[in-house]
Design a protein around this ligand. Structure first.
Ligand code: FES
Length: 145
């Protein structure tokens, strides 16, 4: 797929939330991004004091992972866990630590926190959702059968 360089406007950081919305190992902030022109879900959470963000897509089967909206961590608040078959990921880097995700890794989104706000940064393949883009019909892949 051809890579299109980001324009200055496309590359500017986007406000995600206030820092106070992300408590330590708490509920994530879920947001939408465009990945290669397709709208996908992403999430940001705070772990060990640092905000991290990933595309909300399991490595095992490409489905959204939260077991309730914004709830990604296991009961011990230690791992990101996929609600479908229990793949577990290290929140610090998104690498698989157990379950059917093998050597996979969640796709990271760059974030930065400053002055009480969290911003995410577009990249070649992760971009903001254009204003006014309608929600597509639910075309997310279900679990493989
Ligand atoms: S879809 Fe996530 S563990 Fe299978």
């Amino acid at each position: 797929m051809p890579r299109l360089e980001l324009s200055e406007e496309e590359a500017r950081p986007r406000l995600l939330c206030d820092s106070t919305e992300l408590s330590e190992a708490g509920r994530a902030v879920v947001f939408d991004v465009m990945e290669w022109g397709r709208k996908v879900s992403a999430f940001a959470l705070r772990f060990e004091g640092k905000v991290v963000a990933y595309v909300n897509r399991c490595v095992h089967v490409p489905v959204e992972m939260d077991w309730q909206p914004g709830e990604f961590l296991d009961s011990e608040r230690r791992w990101i866990i996929c609600s479908i078959h229990g793949a577990s990921y290290d929140p610090r880097h998104g690498g698989c630590v157990g379950g059917p995700c093998g050597r996979g890794r969640l796709k990271p989104i760059r974030v930065a926190e400053a002055d009480g706000q969290v911003h995410w940064y577009p990249s070649d393949d992760i971009r903001p959702v254009p204003a006014g883009l309608p929600n597509p019909p639910d075309s997310s892949a279900g679990p493989a059968g």
